[in-house]
Design a binder for this molecule. Sequence first.
Ligand SMILES: [Zn+2]
Length: 309
Amino acid sequence: MLKLPASIRVLERGWLSSNNVVLTGPEDTVLVDSGYLTHATQTLALVEHALADRGGRTLDRLVNTHCHSDHMGGNAALQRRYGCHTSVPAGEAPLIERWDEDALLLSYADQRAERFRVDATLAAGDRLRMGGIDWVAIAAPGHDTHALMFHSPEERILISGDALWEDGFGVLFPQLFGREATFAETRRTLDSIAALDVRCVIPGHGAPFEEVDAALERAYSRLHAFEEDPARLARHAARVMLTFALLEKQRLPLASLTDYVAQTRVLRDINQRFFAMTPQHFAEWIVHELERVRAAKREDGDLVPLVTA
Ligand SMILES: [Zn+2]
């Protein structure tokens, strides 16, 4: 059984919401990442419960590994409840301040978040105290160009966000949209994890894990496969984006999918760039793919998810 310091509590969520990490130290309390907007009520309840276990403390600070909808969707609600001081990676701050729905992959990807206040920014090399433990912020470009991870050298724990999961990493979006450096950046991020002393990774999705070398090996081999065949990344991204939409909406009428893939810009752009299928063909292909990987099934004329939100 994996053992974390008593000051760290991981609220493991499904795939629509990122995990939330509650760190309660003698000086203050911190939450890393806040889940998806439609789960905000549940996030508030989970955080309140975790803090109640710690003597009913308030939430002093909120930190984001990166600003995708599933990591920052509870920020506004947490700020209203607790007035918590909020830090985001320095590269994300301008996007948040002008609420750039395209760069943040919000309306562009048919995803939602509520605008929130940024109080401070974090950059690679910054030192933070969270849960009575010292952490160093580490650059994690790849899935998100501006993302950060947090490493505790003394506890040998890494809060990795979407840069490393037990099986893979978050979709390499920047590559899909023409940032050619993405593969090299992802490799450097994996290299920097490999160079750290880590006994346990707390990922943005899925349970904390200790088999770090095996996870890195899987991540490198996945990256290699994407480098060899970027269309493979595009196919993966298309599956992930439609699965996310299904998790958010719970069902989508099959008859609406041609319009959905034609109008949802992220899917439209992926199709134009990599496949150039007709929207109808693209929709049929994604449905078939989601059935094949058992992410979704047809039910009464709808497509419904088979994974939990
Ligand atoms: Zn992400």
